[in-house]
Design a protein around this ligand. Structure first.
Ligand SMILES: [Zn+2]
Length: 679
C-alpha cells in the first residue's frame, strides 16, 4: 500500500487522511524526509552562485517540507491519541531527529552562506519579514556554536552533553528524594482538622508502604497542601513544611545541591564560550525580554508593592491568631492554615453551585461568540472532514467577508491515550509563500467526559486560554511558515491566550454564555460577584513566593563568575538582597527547582509567567479603556499581534498595538496589589 505522506492530500481542506495513515507509514516518511532535506541542503551549499536571500535563506525555509508534514501529524497524534506502537516510534525517532538537527546546525558550508547573506543585510533590498527570517536563521546557528573555532565548538558540544546528563540526574534525584520521604502519623498524634478525603489518601499511601494503623504524607504538592491548610496541629504543620523546603537538599545520596553548583558553573562556561557574560544573557538574548536588566526592572516594579501587600496579609493573619486566643508569632507553616480560615469566612463559594452554569457546549459557543464580536469570525460545524478520533469536532472558520480563514478542531475530552493538560497545536500552519496555505488548528483539553459535561471555573479559563492560542494560529497572515502564528518568543506566546481569559470572566460576557444547564437561566450577579471577589485574595503571598523564586532563578543564571558559596548560603544571600519577609519562602528552593535545573529551557525563564501576565493585563486594559468589544481596538490587536506571528520583534508588535511599552499597573490592580485597605 502506498504511503499517504508521499501524496498530495485531496481531502476536504487538505486535512491529513487520518483513515489511511497507518503506524508503519511514519518511520518510512521520516527517513525519506531526512534524506530529502539533506539533498535540499546540499543543493544550497553546492550552489555556484554567490549566496543571496533567495538561494540560501528562503531555500532553507523551503527545505524539509516532507519532514514537517509528517512531523505535525505524528507529534499531534502521539500527544492526543497515542498507542504502544506510536510510543515505540517516538523513542526510536528522538535520537535520529536530534542527530539530523545537529548535522544541519553544524554544517559549516551552510553556515558560511547564511553568514554571507546576514552580513550583506544592510545593502540588501529585502522586506522586513525577510530581514527577520535571515537574522533568526543566523542567530540559530550562532547559538548552536556554529561561529566558533572548532575547538571551542567541541567544548560547547561537550558542555551540552554533560549538562544534559546532570539535568537528568537532578530530576532523578528529586524523584527519589520525594518518594523516599514520609511523614508517618500514628494513632497517638493529633489529626484534627484534616478531611476524610485527605485522611483516606494518606491511609492509602501508608498501606502502599506496608504500614498499618497510620497515615503517610509525602512532599508532593497534593499531599502537603491539604495538611498545611487544615491540620490543627501546629507541630505537624511545622514538620511538613520543614520537610518540603529541604526536598532535594537532604543529607543523603539524593542531595541535589552539588549538582546545582555544577550546573550553574557549566552553564556559565558555555555562555562565555558563546560570547555572553552570563547564562542569563545567553538565554534572554533569544526572548522578548532581551537581557537581565529588563527582567530585573520588571520584577522590581512588582516586588515593591507586593512587599507591602504581603506584610499586610501577615498582619491580618497575626490578628486572627491573637483573636483565637493563640499566643504565638506567625511562622511560615501557619500561613496556609490561617489563610484558609480567612478565605472561608470571606469568600465561601460552593463549586456545585457554579458548575451548572458552565455546560461545555455553552462555554465553547461563548468563546466563538467573543471571536465573532471582536473580529467578525464565524464558526460552522462541518461533518465531512476525516478526524483522528470520534470526540473531535471540526469547524470551518470564516472571516467577516465570508472568506475562509481555516479549519479549527476541538478535542476536549479526557481519554487514556491522551497526554494530560491542555494545548493548542496545528496540523498545518498558515503561510503565503507560493500560494495561500490556510491553517488547520486544534485545541486539546482533558475535561472528564459526561453528559452534560459541566466545567469548573478553572476549566472555563482553560478553554478560553487555548482558544486564544487557536486564534493566534488561525488569524496568522505571514509569508513564511516558520514565522506563522504561535512561532514567537517564549515570553510572548502567552499573550493571545491569557488575554482571552479576561473575556471569559467579564460579567457582560458571562451573562451571555453562562446559562443554567436545566433552566437556561442566566448566572445571577451575586454568583458572578463571588467568583470575581476571590481573585485578589492572598495575592500578596502568591506573588511573593513566585517572585522570590524568580529572583533565585536570576541569581543563579546571572552569575558572571563561579560562586564559592554553598547552596544554602547562596540562597540566603539572594533572598537577603531582596529583603524577603521571613514568614514566606520562595516557591522553590534550588534543590527542587525543576523548572530551572532539570532542563535549560525554563532556566533564566521562570520570570516569564508574570511577564506574560503583565502583557495580558495591560493589553486587556486597552479594551477596557475603549470598550471590551471596541472594533478599532480589536482590529489593532488583530493586525499588530495576531496576524504578525514572528515576523518582527515582539516588543515592537506589542507597542504598535498598545501605543506604548507595557505598564505593570493593570497587573498590580488585577492581583489587588495596589490597595492599602486590609480587605
Ligand atoms: Zn498557553
Amino acid at each position: 500500500m502506498s504511503n499517504p505522506f508521499f501524496e498530495d492530500w485531496n481531502t476536504p481542506y487538505g486535512i491529513p487522511p487520518f483513515d489511511r495513515i497507518q503506524n508503519e507509514h511514519y518511520l518510512e516518511a521520516f527517513e525519506r524526509g531526512f534524506a530529502e532535506q539533506n539533498v535540499e541542503i546540499d543543493r544550497i551549499t553546492q550552489n555556484q552562485a554567490p549566496a543571496n536571500f533567495t538561494n540560501t535563506i528562503e531555500a532553507l525555509e523551503r527545505s524539509g517540507a516532507l519532514l514537517a508534514k509528517t512531523g505535525m501529524v505524528f507529534s499531534n497524534l502521539s500527544s492526543s491519541d497515542t498507542n504502544d506502537s506510536l510510543q515505540a516510534i517516538e523513542l526510536a525517532l528522538a535520537p535520529k531527529y536530534a542527530a539530523h538537527e545537529g548535522r544541519l546546525l553544524n554544517n559549516q558550508a551552510l553556515f558560511e552562506r547564511v553568514k554571507q547573506v546576514y552580513s550583506s543585510l544592510p545593502e540588501a533590498d529585502l522586506d522586513a519579514d525577510q530581514v527577520k527570517l535571515c537574522e533568526d536563521a543566523y542567530t540559530r546557528f550562532v547559538r548552536a556554536g556554529a561561529a566558533l573555532e572548532e575547538q571551542a565548538r567541541d567544548q560547547v558540544m561537550a558542555l551540552d552533553e554533560t549538562l544534559a546528563e546532570l539535568q537528568t540526574q537532578f530530576s532523578q534525584n528529586l524523584l527519589k528524594d520525594t518518594n523516599e520521604f514520609e511523614l508517618v502519623i500514628d494513632a497517638t498524634e493529633d489529626i484534627a482538622g484534616l478531611s476524610q478525603t485527605t485522611l483516606q489518601a494518606a491511609k492509602a499511601e501508608a498501606q502502599q508502604r506496608g504500614k498499618t494503623n497510620s497515615y503517610v504524607f509525602t512532599v508532593s504538592r497534593s499531599s502537603i497542601t491539604p495538611l498545611l491548610q487544615f491540620a490543627d496541629s501546629r507541630e505537624l504543620r511545622e514538620k511538613m513544611y520543614r520537610a518540603y523546603i529541604r526536598n532535594g537538599a537532604n543529607d543523603n545520596a539524593n542531595n541535589n545541591q552539588p549538582l546545582v553548583s555544577q550546573i550553574a558553573t557549566l552553564r556559565l562556561q558555555r555562555a562565555q564560550l558563546l560570547g555572553y557574560s552570563s547564562h542569563a544573557h545567553y538565554m534572554l538574548d533569544d526572548r522578548m525580554a532581551k537581557n537581565p536588566a529588563n527582567v530585573s526592572e520588571l520584577l522590581g516594579q512588582i516586588w515593591q508593592p507586593t512587599q507591602k501587600k504581603v506584610a499586610q496579609e501577615a498582619q491580618d493573619l497575626q490578628t486572627m491568631i491573637q483573636e483565637r486566643g493563640d499566643n504565638f508569632e506567625l511562622a511560615p507553616w501557619d500561613w496556609w492554615y490561617y489563610t484558609e480560615k480567612l478565605r472561608s469566612e470571606r469568600y465561601a463559594l460552593d463549586e456545585d453551585q457554579i458548575k451548572p452554569y458552565f455546560k461545555l457546549e455553552n462555554v465553547r459557543d461563548g468563546a466563538f461568540d467573543v471571536a465573532h464580536r471582536l473580529f467578525g469570525l464565524t464558526f460552522e460545524l462541518v461533518n465531512d472532514v476525516p478526524v483522528y478520533h470520534p470526540d473531535v469536532l471540526s469547524y470551518q472558520v470564516k472571516d467577516a467577508d465570508g472568506s475562509l480563514i481555516g479549519l479549527f478542531l476541538v478535542d476536549y475530552f479526557m481519554r487514556p491515550t491522551k497526554q494530560g493538560g491542555a494545548w493548542m497545536s496545528e496540523f498545518r500552519a498558515q503561510s503565503n509563500l507560493d500560494a495561500s496555505v490556510r491553517p488547520i488548528v486544534v485545541n486539546c483539553c482533558n475535561f472528564p467526559k459526561s453528559t452534560p459535561c459541566l466545567l469548573t471555573m478553572d476549566e472555563v479559563r482553560i478553554l478560553f486560554h487555548e482558544f486564544g492560542h487557536g486564534l493566534h494560529g488561525l488569524l496568522s497572515q505571514v509569508r513564511y511558515e516558520s514565522q506563522s502564528g504561535t512561532n514567537v518568543k517564549q515570553d510572548f506566546v502567552e499573550l493571545p491566550s491569557q488575554i482571552m481569559e479576561h473575556w471569559a470572566t467579564e460579567p457582560s460576557v458571562l451573562r451571555n454564555y453562562a446559562r443554567h444547564v436545566d433552566t437556561g437561566e442566566t448566572i445571577p450577579d451575586v454568583l458572578i460577584d463571588k467568583l470575581l471577589a476571590a481573585d485578589t485574595f492572598n495575592q500578596g503571598f502568591a506573588t511573593t513566593e513566585y517572585l522570590a523564586a524568580s529572583y533565585l532563578d536570576m541569581a543563579w543564571s546571572g552569575l558572571e563568575a563561579p560562586t564559592m558559596l554553598g547552596v544554602d548560603e547562596f540562597e540566603a544571600k539572594a533572598m537577603a538582597a531582596i529583603n524577603l519577609i521571613d514568614v514566606v519562602g520562595p516557591r522553590y528552593n534550588s534543590g527542587y527547582f525543576q523548572h530551572i535545573f532539570a532542563e535549560d529551557n525554563y532556566s533564566a525563564g521562570y520570570y516569564a509567567y508574570i511577564w506574560a501576565e503583565v502583557l495580558d493585563a495591560d493589553g486587556f486594559e486597552a479594551f477596557k479603556e475603549n470598550g471590551i468589544f471596541d472594533p478599532a481596538t480589536a482590529l489593532s490587536f488583530r493586525q499588530n499581534v495576531l496576524e504578525r506571528g514572528g515576523t518582527a520583534e515582539a516588543m515592537g508588535l506589542y507597542q504598535a498595538f498598545r501605543g506604548r511599552a507595557p505598564a505593570v499597573e493593570p497587573l498590580l490592580r488585577k492581583r489587588g496589589l495596589l490597595t492599602t485597605s486590609s480587605t
